[in-house]
Design a protein around this ligand. Structure first.
Ligand SMILES: C[S@@+](CC[C@H](N)C(=O)[O-])C[C@H]1O[C@@H](n2cnc3c(N)ncnc32)[C@H](O)[C@@H]1O
Length: 223
């Protein structure tokens, strides 16, 4: 089934067949539509902190809601979501916000998760590892902009990440996919643009160090 955008397509490709699914911060609800339309879950919960955003999912998923197989819930994060939900998607929010949802009131590390932080992926990786979660997928992809996605499960643990794996994502450093390499090149260009301006020496040295780190990742010198 064609998905609504390349980003949504990547998220959907990581969603496995389950009994119960939750889409936290669902907004439009496209991923839940994909799950239900394709018979990939028996029941879905769609949540959003904003009633207006949730209204979009309600409209899209009307027939499933009427059948009682989709439950809309206006709530903050995972509050009110069954902690035994088989698979939870949290996408399109900051990594710190996602971390707060997982660890704050009503939060839990889901049995299976697909998380797509818009920033601060390293902090989210760190948090998942510290909770003993198993990270199975962790890569950067491109849909106009660059996105990180982290998928895995509540238990099973993950062999310790190196510092570079925390920063860039394990799969990126191991597989060196084209989108990740393009991301590094784009970040290096941003650093070069900054360095072409007049800067205090201390600031310049910091940016140069960041650029070197990116260059080392690009050349495969760090892992
Ligand atoms: C950019 S949209 C992403 C929508 C969709 N998940 C996606 O990836 O395309 C972010 C959504 O998260 C919702 N949101 C932000 N913080 C939230 C929270 N703490 N709990 C539930 N929803 C939240 C916003 O209202 C918004 O609808």
């Amino acid at each position: 089934m064609p998905t609504r955008s390349a980003r949504i397509g990547v998220l959907c490709s990581l969603l496995s067949p389950v009994k119960t699914f939750a889409d936290v911060g669902c907004d439009h609800g496209y991923c839940t539509e994909y799950m239900l339309q394709n018979g990939l879950c028996e029941r879905a919960t769609v949540t959003d902190i904003s009633a207006d955003c949730l209204a979009k999912a309600r409209a899209l998923l009307q027939k499933y809601i009427a059948r009682g197989v989709c439950m809309p819930l206006c709530t903050d994060g995972l509050r009110g979501v069954d902690p035994e939900t088989d698979l939870v998607l949290i996408a399109g929010m900051g990594g710190m916000e996602i971390a707060h949802i997982l660890t704050g009131e009503g939060g839990f590390v889901p049995k299976k998760f697909v998380l797509q932080p818009m920033r601060d992926a390293p902090a989210l990786r760190q948090l998942l590892l510290s909770y003993g979660a198993r990270i199975e997928r962790d890569f950067t992809f491109r849909d106009g902009k660059f996105y990180d996605v982290i998928a895995g499960s509540r238990t099973g643990g993950t062999p310790p990440y190196s510092e570079a794996e925390l920063v860039f994502g394990r799969e990126n450093l191991r597989k060196r996919g084209e989108d990740f390499l393009s991301f590094l090149r784009a970040e290096i260009k941003k650093k070069e643009a900054l360095l072409s301006r007049p800067l205090q020496e201390r600031v310049r040295a910091g940016i140069e160090a960041e650029k070197r780190y990116l260059e080392e990742a690009l050349s495969g010198e760090i892992d």
